[in-house]
Design a protein around this ligand. Structure first.
Ligand code: SF4
Ligand code: F3S
Length: 104
């Protein structure tokens, strides 16, 4: 599966949802996730993300993010079209440790 990771937080550009052939993105308030059981590993979303937040889950190092994506894909609604991008999306690009701020 491909995973959405920390750099999506507070950036949420949503270019990814427009290209996914199986519509497997799910929308939280501040970021998106990919449903690991629905992703067909096509890879087309990865280069679309301006924040470089998407990557394939290739090693055990990615297990936490796979679990995160799986958990929230079941809780959050599906998203298939670009909505309103956060006003400070560009300022938040590349900021470290964004996960800590996600649910604060
Ligand atoms: Fe969708 Fe393909 Fe990205 Fe998986 S890799 S989320 S199927 S665009
Ligand atoms: Fe997030 Fe990148 Fe998609 S910032 S919403 S993974 S285009």
């Amino acid at each position: 599966t491909y995973i959405v990771t920390e750099q999506c937080i507070a950036c949420k550009h949503m270019d990814c949802v427009e290209v996914c052939p199986v519509d497997c993105f799910y929308e939280g308030e501040n970021m998106l996730v990919i449903h690991p059981d629905e992703c067909i590993d096509c890879g087309v979303c990865e280069p679309e993300c301006p924040a470089d937040a998407i990557r394939p889950a290739l090693s055990a190092d990615d297990d936490d993010w796979v679990a995160f994506n799986a958990k929230y894909a079941r809780l959050w609604p599906n998203i298939t079209e670009i909505g309103e991008v956060p006003a400070n999306a560009n300022e938040m690009q590349g900021v470290p440790d964004k996960l800590k701020t996600l649910f604060s």
